[in-house]
Write a protein that binds this ligand. Sequence first.
Ligand SMILES: [Mn+2]
Length: 336
Amino acid sequence: MIKVLFFADSHLGFDFPIRPRIHRRRRGWDFFKNYQLILDTAVEVGVDALVHGGDVFFRSKIPIPIIQKTYEPLLPVLERGIKMFFVPGNHERSRLPASPIFHHKNFHLFDRPRSFSFDMNGLKTTWGGFPNIRHQVQKDFPAHLAQIGFESESTALQILCIHQSIEDAVVGAQNYTFRKGPDVVGRDQFPDYLDLVLSGHIHRQQILRSRTGTPIIYSGSIERTSFAERLETKGFFILNLSKDEINWEFRPLPARSMHEMTLASNQLDRQNLIKVILEQSEKIPDDAIFRIRSGVEKQLEILKIADLRKVLPESMNIELLPPVGKTRYTWSAYSD
Ligand SMILES: [Mn+2]
């Protein structure tokens, strides 16, 4: 039997400016804290392998200090003999920034469709994977799988590591469900020679089954990246694997709570607006993420976010948004 820690969607670099123009609480540290907590758990539990299902970073152009802060803590874990497998996600444009750590004998990167085979505690294992396919995954999935080189009749435990949307995955506060389509892998596309599928990309933790019954595990993101995730428990998985049995345990992580209020559109007095916002803020934790949505655009002329930061707790993250439908930017919320 082997023990595996699986996590994904760490989005490191999210709200982590290197030279911030304004001093305020940033969310970036929350992501790094949970990342370190996961690495510490891998060591404490004494897992044999650790899998990152992709979206290691928040975007593809990453400042060097963030890259260093991400890769450095991996070294002591690799040095303990824990094997690592990393899947490049869509946020890093299917390619992780290079690092000397890639040459460590225990670090394994799915930089193209490929596999790594080992005898681990007497268990034969094959770890296969490929970087995120951004478009037309349904069409390209079989060819990528074939390039990995799994065997259809194998005595080894065969684990597929990917970063894709899969049919029947559920996301968001409204439980949007992915249906089979060009950019979604069908549950009938996983061959029965696979013993386990580990995937990143979907930010809600959940377990699906392929048509032939193979467990497909989404660990979800390590912190809430958008309001679509406000009701979700964040965490990672510890799995026990043998050729006969696979079991798992979900371990929750701390995550900041998220709250939203909409201002009444007939309210146009600055003092009164601040008063209702303060009243609402007293009902939520001091370190919450508090989104205030204006009812009409005029309120954004009267009310400035800097004024709100002066009166609300410093530990709170505050967002002031235009009325619904007039949003300046949208979250690519559901499965980013
Ligand atoms: Mn993601």
